[in-house]
Write a protein that binds this ligand. Structure first.
Ligand code: 26V
Length: 856
């Protein structure tokens, strides 16, 4: 199925808002292009291709095919279009020897690819029609696709949005990560509690991925370092590794919108090397050989459900090293195809972004490859390294900043440890000594090595020292990174620290997940808004227009009805689309304060019980959250939400005015159904703790109002959408710092507020856990005896007041519709395209590269 692409000018026009003259709906455009065989397949062509693949690739027939088989056939047909474009993209990049960004991330939370790829190719309607003609429902077969859950939460999903934008904007780019056999665990709720089950996203194979045996890498690990003395007093370090692990690359195509570029996400799978195995095997050690094989394969077996600090340190460091070592060899191999081991141009051609400290080990590994293997001098290699790497910080939580025990390095990566020592020595005796001569306290604070009972390697310090730029992910966060986390580094390198506010891809988070709203934007903003989200501002003038308000709220209504059906199916709870859908979906963590939300729900329930005539706006509180398996309090909070939900949902005294649902197994594909249906977006972290948040952006784009603190990107969101169109409450970052400095005592709030006291005391009863007195007490304990580290009690009153404002505004339908529309229409800044342009211009110094049609 040969498909040609139109010229760039036809694919990308200026922001459509400026071109109100010709406004066509996307469906209309698809309809026209379908008559243009050189651009898109027609319905007939696509049908033919799907049936062909059903028969010849999948080996079944239209009569017998299961939904899974239909899905596989659709993917095979779509891949034909994608691979042609991928080849063309790679050919162009190689021919022009373009500078490229290599995005290193231990996580890519891709979710499902089918609908997204169809939308980015602009053939969703064509595919829908083709399948309808074949008697198949596109939604049903797309629901067959397992999520690629190769990430924990915000950080991993951000990486997925960013590679979508890099491809869309024609930036030469590769995403590098780990081909986990098991992604983030599947969550089941049994008796109200979280149970973790393995997630096997490719149990029946993943039709999007392609194995590339020609690019396999061999990775040394363990062993010892020999120092060899040369004749001229020179010293050579020779690493004698204990094991060699094979890295097998799997490529997943990343389809830019309107197929501008098709780039790749390259994920490394670990395997045992045959040679090693066979030596042992031949010597009669079959069991040893099997063990060696298992150990090697264990490396990419499972994604660590982060936030669990202690377990599996060794394996996690091995994972990080493994994927960085594979990726760097791959980068060097590509570079050397054109440059034949002349590294003078390396930093001009290669940029590497470190997504948090997880890939920090790439720094000493690149030094090792350049110095030990390629024979560069230390100074030359260090110059290259510091021109290549940039680092993004994603959290200020001290317990989340990676520090690896030194003994692990000695065991796994002895040569890397030596290199880290050398980097550290030169740093402390160079810039640090120059700025603070003789100040040993400063040296101890800034050293890559942390002294103590167990010496540790501070990965963040290593990243800051080696990177040309260090960025935070929202204005407030970047300010704190610079001023609170790394002030001395900022004093040494005043231009190193910067901000790139996060963004999300409007293709997945509006075009694909909310087709009706997307259509409305086609109409008012023109069809290019997915490339220029700021064009959606064209809806703002209509925010007070009753006709548009009605249309906007009818779309929301239909999304709520769809979610209500899903909730019925998944939770067996009946909820009314007339109620406010108040949503908090995100990883469970104390700093995100799901328990503040729960306290309010219990408070509201208590009010309804104590005043049977009380009429409130009906409300449905919707939760979705996974807790790290070892995080006991987080799991207790999930249990508490479910226990409270069970009681409230079955209490007829409150006349269905209040419902609570916990949707199990929250993941990207559920987010795509939940977010378009939300009225209220709960973004209630303690100010200063949520680096950015990205679901806050997705909710606003889809017309939810933010109920949130002045934290992370919330601050920038309400600056764009108007604070009066959202519900801001609670202590600010400065007030949090101040209260903590003065000494925070949660008991004061408990004793001063009878409503709060009553709700907290409820946790000690068996009201929500009949027969199990005190089953929820751990939450109360953490908030009182535990000192309430995230100031839940301090913000309770202000949170209640904000909820009151929510109810008031919701009663005024026109006011609400206006606020919802203004939120949605004001999110241009939060497109990941803007974020990637920021990175490209300010950090990567990267130019885009247009991919021409293969036939032209
Ligand atoms: C890691 C850990 C590990 C140990 C214990 C506690 C803990 C808590 C959080 C984390 C996650 C750290 C990295 C991360 O996922 N950050 C998130 O990155 C998003 C994308 O920039 C951002 O929107 C979120 O605000 C931020 O939490």
């Amino acid at each position: 199925m040969a498909v040609k692409h139109p010229s760039k000018s036809a694919r990308k026009t200026a922001p459509a808002a400026k071109e109100n003259a010709v406004k066509k709906t996307a469906a209309a455009v698809e309809a026209t292009v379908n008559h243009h065989p050189s651009w898109h397949p027609s319905v007939e062509e696509l049908k033919k291709s799907i049936v062909h693949h059903l028969r010849c690739s999948i080996g079944t027939s239209e009569q017998k095919a299961s939904r899974l088989a239909w899905w596989q056939a659709v993917v095979a047909a779509v891949n034909e279009l994608i691979f042609e474009r991928l080849t063309q993209t790679q050919f162009t990049h190689a021919q022009k020897d373009t500078r490229a960004i290599n995005y290193l991330s231990a996580e890519f939370l891709m979710g499902r690819l089918t609908v997204n790829n169809l939308c980015n190719l602009e053939i969703y309607q064509t595919a829908k029609q083709a399948l309808t003609d074949l008697g198949v429902d596109i939604n049903e077969i797309c629901d067959e696709e397992p999520d690629m859950a190769l990430g924990n939460g915000g950080l991993g999903r951000l990486a997925a949005c960013y590679i979508d934008s890099m491809a869309t904007l024609d930036y030469p780019s590769v995403g590098y990560g780990i081909h986990y056999e098991n992604g983030l665990f599947r969550q089941e709720i049994r008796g109200g509690r979280q149970v973790e089950r393995p997630d096997s996203w490719r149990e029946y194979g993943c039709p999007w991925e392609v194995c590339r045996p020609e690019s396999v890498q061999n990775i040394p690990i363990g062993g010892y370092v020999e120092t060899q003395h040369g004749p001229d007093d020179s010293i050579r370090k020779v690493w004698h590794p204990a094991h060699i692990i094979k890295g097998v690359p799997w490529d997943i195509p990343v389809v830019g919108f309107r197929a501008s570029s098709v780039t790749i996400l390259r994920l490394w799978e670990s395997r045992a090397t045959e040679s090693f195995n066979w030596d042992v095997f031949n010597a009669g050690g079959y069991v040893d050989a099997q063990e060696e094989k298992s150990a090697a394969e264990a490396i990419s077996k499972v994604l660590y459900p982060n936030d669990s600090t202690e377990a599996g340190k060794m394996l996690r460091l091995t994972q990080q090293y493994f994927f960085c070592a594979c990726s760097l060899r791959d980068i060097l191999r590509r570079y050397n195809r054109a440059h034949h081991h002349d590294y003078s141009d390396f930093a001009n051609k290669i940029a590497i972004q470190l997504n948090d400290t997880h890939p920090a080990i790439a720094i000493p590994e690149l030094m090792r490859l350049l110095v030990d293997e390629e024979g560069l001098s230390w100074d030359n290699a260090w110059k290259i390294v510091t021109e290549v790497f940039a680092y993004t910080n994603h959290t200020l939580l001290p317990e989340a900043l990676e520090k690896w025990p030194l003994y692990l390095f000695e065991k796994l990566l002895p040569r890397h440890l030596e290199i880290i020592y050398e980097i550290n020595y030169r740093f402390l005796n160079g810039p640090v000594e120059a700025m603070w001569p003789g100040d040993n306290d400063k040296k101890a604070k800034l050293s890559i090595i942390e002294e103590g009972m167990v010496k540790k390697v501070r990965m963040a310090n290593l990243c800051v020292i080696a990177s040309h730029h260090v960025n935070g992910v929202a204005e407030i966060h970047s300010k704190l990174v610079k001023e609170a986390l790394f002030p001395e580094f900022d004093a040494i390198w005043p231009n190193k620290f910067c901000n790139v506010t996060n963004g999300v891809t409007p293709r997945r988070w509006l075009l694909a997940c909310n087709p009706e709203l997307a259509k409305l934007y086609d109409e008012v903003a023109g069809i290019d808004w997915p490339l220029h989200l700021e064009a959606c501002a064209a809806l703002r003038p209509y925010a007070s227009d009753p006709t548009y308000q009605q249309r906007f709220m009818e779309i929301k209504r239909r999304n709520k009805e769809a979610l209500a059906r899903e909730i019925k199916r998944l939770c067996q709870v009946e909820v009314s689309p007339d109620a406010i859908f108040d949503v908090q979906v995100k990883r469970l963590h104390e700093y995100k304060r799901q328990h503040l939300n729960l306290l309010y729900i219990m408070h509201l329930y208590r009010k309804l019980l104590s005043d049977p005539s009380l009429k409130i706006v009906p409300q449905v509180f919707i939760f979705g959250a996974k807790a790290a398996p070892a995080y006991t309090l987080a799991k207790d909070i999930i249990y508490a939400i479910n226990a409270v939900a069970e009681r409230i949902n079955n209490d007829h005294r409150i006349h269905n005015q209040l419902k609570v649902v916990f949707i199990p197994n929250y993941r990207v594909s559920l987010a795509e159904k939940i977010i378009p249906a939300a009225d209220v977006s709960e973004q209630i972290s303690t100010a200063g703790y949520e680096a950015s948040g990205t679901s806050n952006m997705k909710f606003s784009i889809n017309g939810a109002l933010t109920l949130g603190t002045m934290d992370g990107a919330n601050i920038e969101i309400v600056a764009e959408a108007g604070i009066e169109n959202n519900f801001i409450f609670g202590l600010s970052v400065a007030e949090v710092q101040d209260l903590k400095r003065r000494g925070y005592n949660p008991w004061n709030y408990y004793n001063a507020n009878p409503d709060l006291k009553a709700v907290l005391d409820w946790f000690d009863s068996d009201y929500f856990t009949p027969g199990e007195m005190g089953a929820l007490s751990s939450i109360k304990r953490s908030l009182l005896d535990g000192g309430d580290p995230f100031l839940v009690l301090a913000d309770f009153e202000s949170y209640c007041a904000a909820h009151k404002r929510v109810e008031e505004m919701y009663r005024d339908k026109a006011r609400w519709a206006r606020a919802a529309m203004l939120n949605s229409a004001s999110m241009g800044k939060f497109s990941s395209d803007r974020a990637i342009e920021d990175y490209a211009h300010h950090i990567w110094n990267l130019k885009n590269c247009e991919i021409k049609d293969s036939a032209s």
